[in-house]
Design a protein around this ligand. Structure first.
Ligand code: FAD
Length: 802
């Protein structure tokens, strides 16, 4: 496609990168009325990763909204030809997932249940039925299969051509051979892009530069932890037994995906450990190029493939295609506005689902640019979810090969990455090592999941290896005194003459409380959805300390900064790493603080905080609890944390880990961001109306007022399972009779009630207190009873202020 001569000096939106993400974003911008949007591609359209994609489109993802993005793609890809006259090559032949061991069978059955929940057609079929759909397959070791008829594949180049045609017909322009060489920002906002053909002023930029996105975003001072790996598929010449198009065959136990290609076979792999690539080594002219074949690396996969498809032993090999694809530290992509720079939008790091997701993701990114917010919650793709420590070449190149390998691994509960660990140690790290902690990585931190680890846990969908240790820790907090390390809370100091007015505007609760009060609140978007839930300690007339979720710090700081008016006298300081937080919880804690010389803590009222001296450590303690046992969260300087811990431990308090905390939070029906709460859920649906100050004028109030007088359509309930051997994990369908009426959002064994417990979002008018429901756990209905209250609510440990 030749570049047009009339190179603009202004465009409201500049899309950088002409792969599927850029083309889809441009198309949707034009559809949403941004008809002067332009796309700049340094080589030719699709010349990066998109052109050689296997381009399979499988709808099911781990959340409803991620799945909806792909379902959107599927309808777009099947309809674009009618709109543009350009075929997309959409072929709808379905997909088949096979299981060759019992744990995989549970995994694919869980996926089948999830599909039911998300409205995706998927059903279990027998091995014989699977063989009918893929007669070339050796099914000797196949235990079962799940069939998804709506899946398919597309031609990536044709798809992009159709998107571009649709965009151009609405006024958008495309310039090839036009590298973006610089991004200008001013006062934290994008202003222009620099190219080899001149500078273009703009209001917004979409970075859709695939594996080059880390470098592209760096031009605007933005961290994008994206790094490429080599990705292989084998192509054969035509083989007997392939006629026409066939379903995609997913043999994830063998790390393989398989489909027909021009009468032959295409066999791709996500091998257990990928090969990272330095993107700088590819060169700027890397266009329609491939990487070298690596038969030695592929050989174990070839063996797996020959086992599954004996016909491969005689098939003539066309090539071993090796193309680069970008991956991120957690295996999910980046979609949305960057924290650091306003007007800089990211649609990149697609982790091998760029073609499947591209249609929907481009739509969502365009909506974000046009409306200022994503059309629905996408917190798992939020670019602000990464700490700065991830944007490090050493960490990225160590992590992404494992991420590639995890793509097809069974998602056992408690699964952790083993590469790029030990990035950030918490103040009590050494003390926790002494206590034989098993660590998990969250936001780069090493957090203690449980203690007294005896060996590396074996992961399973059954009773977890750590069941007894977590039980001991819960009992500790319930019967004695436990110490929880909560230092990963983000901590934001808000100071200034206008701090109160500012927070009262951005938070839904009444922030005008007196110094010494703690305030549980949320920050809402204009739809009333919860952007963050947090606890604020009012320190004095002009200062507050906000405690936000571990992964929320970057997002919340960006949100606060964006809502600060130019004339407001407010300063925001990130104090996260300066302070540690130790939760001391349990019935023996009053005696412990007494013995530690801080008996006056016992006179602190609920949701009150003050400064104390414990064993020579200056502590700000607040009387509240996230676990449903009376206690305090104690903040001290990070350097003093170990001294404080040892003083409390000397009086008999013992550590408890994150898994114990989670189990207790679920029993106590405390809600957690990313589980029960997200940007689609408002405080009324979440039962957090008590934390809304109707007499304040806060962001999101209009939306809440509109919803206030009608019963929310969904409500959060507790489900206590009848059978203590049930293993709910969250994200399972809740059934009333045959009908799906909701889904579990968090689940754990509740040690204080002796039964598994789940929190669930259910249809409010269908599910009442006392109702008997079933939860579909990997195809097995497990009975439980519904309550509108906490499964466990010990007297004397009220979380809410009186
Ligand atoms: C072998 C293989 C098989 C795959 N199979 C599947 C599959 O079955 N299903 C699926 O969904 N996904 C699959 N993928 C992944 C999918 O192809 C990618 O996720 C997707 O193509 C990425 O698209 P993109 O637009 O983000 O990046 P790209 O297609 O790489 O586009 C980025 C563009 O940005 C341009 N660019 C970079 N820097 C600049 C600059 N400074 N100025 C201007 N332009 C710039 C580049 O030239 C490039 O054209 C596969 C990938 C590989 C490698």
């Amino acid at each position: 496609m030749a570049a047009a001569d009339n190179f603009p000096s202004y465009a409201s939106v500049v899309v950088i990168g002409g792969g599927v993400m850029g083309c889809s974003t441009l198309y949707h911008l034009a559809r949403f009325g941004i008809t002067d949007a332009i796309l700049l591609e340094r080589n030719q359209l699709t010349s990066g990763t998109t052109w050689h994609s296997a381009a399979q489109v499988r709808a099911l993802r781990s959340t409803q909204n991620m799945t909806n993005l792909i379902r959107y793609s599927i309808s777009l890809y099947s309809e674009l030809e009618a709109e543009t006259g350009q075929a997309t090559g959409w072929i709808n032949k379905g997909s088949l997932s096979i299981a060759c061991n019992p744990e995989r069978l549970v995994h694919i059955r869980r996926q089948e249940s999830l599909a039911g929940l998300f409205g995706v057609d998927a059903s279990s079929i027998s091995t014989a039925e699977a063989l009918e759909r893929w007669p070339l397959m050796n099914a000797d070791d196949v235990l079962g299969a799940v069939w998804s008829p709506d899946d398919g594949r597309v031609s990536p180049s044709d798809l992009c051509a159709a998107l571009v045609k649709g965009a151009k017909s609405r006024g958008a322009s495309i310039f090839e051979d036009t590298p973006v060489t610089g991004i200008h920002t001013e006062a934290g906002k994008v202003r222009a892009v620099e190219t080899n053909r001149g500078t273009i002023q703009c209001d917004a930029i979409a970075i859709c530069t695939g594996l080059w996105s880390r470098q592209a975003a760096a031009m605007a001072g933005v961290d994008v932890p994206v790094w490429p790996c080599e990705h292989f598929y084998l192509l054969t010449k035509p083989v007997d037994g392939i006629s026409g198009n066939m379903p995609t065959l997913s043999d994830h136990d063998s790390h393989l995906y398989i489909r027909d290609d021009s009468g032959g076979l295409l066999v791709g792999c996500f091998e257990p450990m990928g090969k990272p690539i330095d993107p700088d080594g590819l060169g700027e002219d890397f266009a329609f190029a491939l990487l070298d074949e690596d038969w030695e690396h592929f050989e174990p996969m070839l063996e797996n493939a020959m086992h599954r498809l004996p016909v491969l032993e005689t098939a003539e090999i066309k090539m071993l295609l090796n193309g680069p694809e970008s991956f991120t530290p957690d295996g999910s992509f980046l979609l949305g506005e960057a924290a650091e720079t306003r007007g800089l939008f990211l649609g990149c790091g697609m982790n091998s689902v760029g073609v499947a997701t591209g249609g929907g993701a481009g739509m969502a990114l365009a909506r974000n640019i046009v409306d200022g917010q994503l059309p629905f919650d996408m917190h798992e793709a939020d670019p602000k979810r990464y700490p700065g420590c991830w944007n490090n070449v050493g960490h990225l190149s160590a992590r992404v090969p494992e991420v590639l390998g995890k793509h097809y691994e069974i998602t056992f509960p408690g699964r952790q990455m083993s590469s790029a660990r030990d990035l950030v140690r918490l103040p009590l790290h050494d003390a926790w090592v002494e206590q034989r902690a098993h660590f998990g990585q969250f936001y780069g931190y090493e957090r203690a999941l449980y203690f007294d680890k005896t060996s590396e846990p074996k992961l399973t969908f059954g009773k977890p290896d750590w069941f007894d240790q977590v039980g001991t820790e819960v009992r500790r907090a319930h019967e004695d005194a436990a110490l929880f390390d909560q230092s990963t809370f983000g901590k934001i100091l808000v100071t200034g003459a206008d701090a109160e007015a500012f927070l009262d505007r951005v938070c839904a609760n009444d922030m005008r409380r007196a110094p010494g009060r703690a305030i549980y609140t949320s920050m809402l978007n204009p739809r009333g959805g919860i952007e963050s839930d947090l606890t604020a300690l009012r320190l004095d007339a002009t200062s507050y300390r906000l405690y936000v979720g571990t992964t929320a710090i970057k997002r919340d700081l960006a949100w606060l900064r964006r809502h600060l008016r130019n004339d407001e006298k407010v300063e925001l300081v990130d104090e996260t790493r300066d302070f540690a937080v130790i939760g001391l919880m349990g019935p023996r804690t009053p005696a412990i603080v007494e013995a530690a010389g801080a008996g006056e803590l016992n006179r602190l009222g609920y949701f009150r905080h003050d400064e104390f001296d414990i064993a020579g450590v200056a502590v700000r303690a607040v009387r509240l609890s996230f676990v449903g046992e009376a206690g305090w969260e104690m903040t001290c300087r990070a350097a003093d944390a170990e001294k404080l811990y040892r003083a409390l431990a000397a009086e008999g308090a013992r550590p408890a880990g994150l898994l114990a905390q989670t189990s207790m939070r679920i029993e106590k029906r405390f809600l957690a961001y990313g589980h029960e709460l997200d940007t689609d859920v408002d405080p009324l649906q979440a039962g957090l109306g008590f934390a809304v100050a109707w007499d304040s004028d806060f962001i999101g109030k209009q939306a809440l007022l509109a919803a206030k007088d009608s019963l929310p359509a969904k409500q959060i309930v507790t489900i206590v399972f009848d059978d203590s051997s049930a293993q709910p994990l969250g994200n399972e369908p809740v059934l009333l009779g045959d009908r799906i009426v909701g889904k579990t959002t968090s689940a754990a064994f509740g040690y204080r009630v002796g039964k598994p417990v789940a929190l669930a979002f259910v249809e409010a008018d269908a599910v009442n207190a006392g109702a008997a429901v079933e939860v579909d756990i990997a195809g097995e209905p497990r009975r439980g009873s519904v309550s509108l209250r906490a499964a466990f609510d010990p007297a004397g440990s009220r979380m809410r202020p009186a």
